[in-house]
Design a binder for this molecule. Structure first.
Ligand code: ZN
Length: 285
């Protein structure tokens, strides 16, 4: 599966082939008569090294984390992706142990059963090549590797569908963030790279959708921190983004007539309904 290819680097090439759901900067110097240096904040200025203990190997590890209150949400995408002004915070959402290879989204990092720890030790840690590099920021490449590693761990520990779906959704957001920042002076084949990213994003959105549909049927709410109405809204958005307009329409209808949906989510559902109508019209044209 292409979303897992690249795990070989960590010695985990055997997981590349696995099925996701299985059974279930820069400084700016201004020169004038009096030299004044204007410093543009660097990405690393928004980060700090958070320390924690790895629940699998017991080592104290540090992970780059965005300082709370330092970055602001500029807008929220249709599928609820928060877009930050200063730093793409999505890049920093995975905690990964450089010693043993255990990785997960921050919200799931500490919750492991004894059996899951054993499975991770046997299938990840045994093969994992420790990574000994001190980074001051995570590039999109670094972040993609961290998400892949978290996905590999999710498969091995037999995580619930919602956790795997949430990982796929966040990886799709990560790739969208990278696509938005791509420019012709950094990449030579800009259009081809963007196209490639869009394809990858689509595959991840589809996987996220599958997992959330599965989670809605089998798990108790809150699911990945979402209540029923929020998850239904997300499903509607994902149906639309993956071209399943009828299913999207049905979900939106349910939210608009729901008594438990608040006005905020209903407003979002109305916006989605309009967007959907535009897409349908565009497809017919
Ligand atoms: Zn560890």
């Amino acid at each position: 599966m292409s979303i897992l290819s690249g795990l070989g680097k960590f010695g985990l090439g055997n997981i590349e082939e696995q099925n996701l759901y299985g059974k279930e900067k820069e400084k700016v110097t201004q020169e004038s008569n009096k030299p004044v240096e204007v410093k543009v904040p660097e990405e690393s200025d928004f980060l700090y090294e958070k320390k924690c203990v790895c629940p699998v190997c017991g080592e104290e590890i540090s992970t780059l984390t965005v300082r709370a209150g330092k970055v602001h949400v500029k807008k929220v995408d249709t599928d609820l992706r928060p877009v930050y002004e200063q730093v793409d915070e999505i890049k920093y959402d995975i905690i990964a142990c450089p010693e043993c290879g255990y990785a997960a989204l921050g919200r799931y990092f500490k919750t492991l059963t004894k059996r899951q720890i054993d499975d991770i030790r046997n299938q990840i840690c045994m093969n994992y090549k420790p990574q000994r590099e001190n980074k001051t920021i995570y590039t999109y490449e670094d972040a993609k590797e961290r998400y892949q590693l978290a996905l590999a761990n999710a498969i091995v520990k037999n995580a619930r569908a919602s956790e795997k779906a949430y990982l796929c959704l966040k990886t799709a957001w990560l790739i969208r963030g990278e696509t938005e920042r791509m420019s012709a002076d950094q990449v030579s084949d800009l259009e081809a790279r963007k196209k490639e990213n869009c394809k990858e994003e689509q595959e991840l959105l589809k996987n996220a959708l599958d997992g959330f549909v599965m989670a809605r049927q089998t798990e108790e709410f809150p699911i990945a921190g979402m209540n029923t109405v929020t998850l239904d809204y997300l499903l509607a958005a994902l149906y639309m983004e993956t071209g399943q307009y009828e299913a999207a329409s049905k979900m939106i209808g349910g939210i608009l007539t729901s008594r438990s949906a608040n006005s905020h989510i209903k407003d979002r559902a109305y916006d989605l309904k309009e967007l959907l109508a535009e897409k349908k019209a565009a497809d017919k044209a």
